[in-house]
Design a protein around this ligand. Structure first.
Ligand code: UD1
Length: 340
């Protein structure tokens, strides 16, 4: 069965290719235009899996370019759609860029899925769709509050579009996966997060600071109503997230025709503060991280963590890696990148 992974050279996309490659019967192609990734990732994937992945370096917002992938692969059966922009701050500065990129690509993929009768679709969404929620943990039935950023709104709008598309097309089967905070790197140290520009997310900022790429880092706010005043998030290992995509795809295929639109939270279910993440890093690395307390970052929610029991019950998904393993693998990968 041939599956298109969009954003195959990206962080979660590349780890998903590795996990899906372990399952017999799937052929994988990718569409990644490398705006936030590098072609070298495919050589790294080959080192781990032995597989050469055919990649289309196209911009999926360009309908004709996207269409070419579908005409060259008439046997395409499903799509896992990762390709998107995801920097919250950048989206606040440039909402048009986010709406254009994240929504036009989705519109094109759904239009082409309908034309080419492709019936399996998995969408990367985010816990950001819950907004600044007070009732924790959040489950899929928790009512959504206002999204805090244009990025978050593109995910919410994407979910809604897919839901409406499923209603209009009962043969189409889709799963939306709401990620909490994916971190860490593949156990081999051969692949991991590869920020092209300065990273925005906590864990790559920690590892880059420890590696001396950044002189110091800031903890964004210590006046939140949390146990140590810093924000609480639900960190989950990227390979656990990747495995959830394989389970979701298998569920779609086996469940064909039943509930054709489903949403799953993917988090570990544990709230961890920024200072606790730093402490875990310092413990596994034996280093003292050079950080200072800074002001709050715009758009941050105080605390969020997941009730992922639906994914466990229906998909059989159980995230295994703990915080130290997440930080250890992220650090191992950073050392490979930095030649330390
Ligand atoms: C947010 C979204 C997440 C989305 C991700 C994409 C929410 C709740 N989460 O993640 O769904 O997929 O963006 O990028 O909206 N921090 C520091 N110093 C730093 C960097 C970060 O203290 O230098 C803190 C942040 O203030 C935050 C925590 O670390 O409290 C995690 O930040 P980050 O890794 O950027 O992820 P989220 O903002 O939670």
């Amino acid at each position: 069965m041939k599956i298109l992974i969009t954003g195959g050279a990206g962080y979660i996309g590349s780890h998903t290719i590795i996990e899906l490659s372990k399952i017999p019967g799937f052929e994988i192609i990718s569409a990644d235009n490398f705006i936030n990734s590098t072609p070298e990732t495919f050589s790294r994937i080959k080192k781990i899996t032995g597989r050469e992945i055919k990649n289309y370096p196209v911009d999926l917002t360009d309908f004709n370019a996207a269409k070419l992938i579908f005409s060259e692969n008439p046997d395409l059966a499903g799509i896992i759609h990762f390709a998107a922009l995801k920097a919250v701050g950048e989206s606040v500065k440039n909402p048009v860029l986010y709406f254009r990129n994240n929504l036009n690509s989705l519109v094109n993929l759904l239009g082409l899925s309908s034309e080419k009768k492709i019936n399996y679709f998995i969408f990367s969404s985010s816990c950001t769709v819950y907004g600044n929620i007070r009732n924790l943990p959040v489950s899929e039935t928790t009512p959504l509050l206002k999204t805090e950023s244009p990025y978050g709104f593109t995910k919410l709008a994407g979910e809604r579009l897919i839901e409406d598309f499923c209603l209009s097309n009962p043969l189409f089967n889709a799963i939306v996966l709401r990620y909490f905070n994916p971190v860490g790197a593949h156990i081999s140290g051969t692949i991991g997060e590869l920020p092209i520009n300065a990273p925005n997310n906590l864990v790559p900022i920690i590892t880059q600071t420890a590696a001396g790429i950044q002189k110091k880092m800031f903890v964004h706010g210590t006046d939140y109503p949390t146990r140590d005043g810093t924000c609480i998030r639900d960190y989950v290992h990227v390979s656990d997230i990747a495995k959830a995509h394989v389970l979701a795809l298998q569920h779609l295929i086996e469940n064909n025709g039943n509930a054709n639109f489903e949403i799953f939270n993917l988090g570990k279910g544990l709230g961890v503060s920024v200072l606790e993440v730093i402490a875990a890093f310092e413990k596994i690395s034996g280093m003292k991280l050079n950080y200072e307390i800074g002001p709050r970052r715009a758009g941050d929610v105080d605390a969020i963590y997941s009730d992922s029991s639906k994914a466990e019950k229906i998909l059989g998904w159980k995230p295994l890696a703990g915080l130290e393993e997440m930080m250890g693998s992220a650090w191992k990968w950073q050392k490979v990148l930095s030649g330390i």
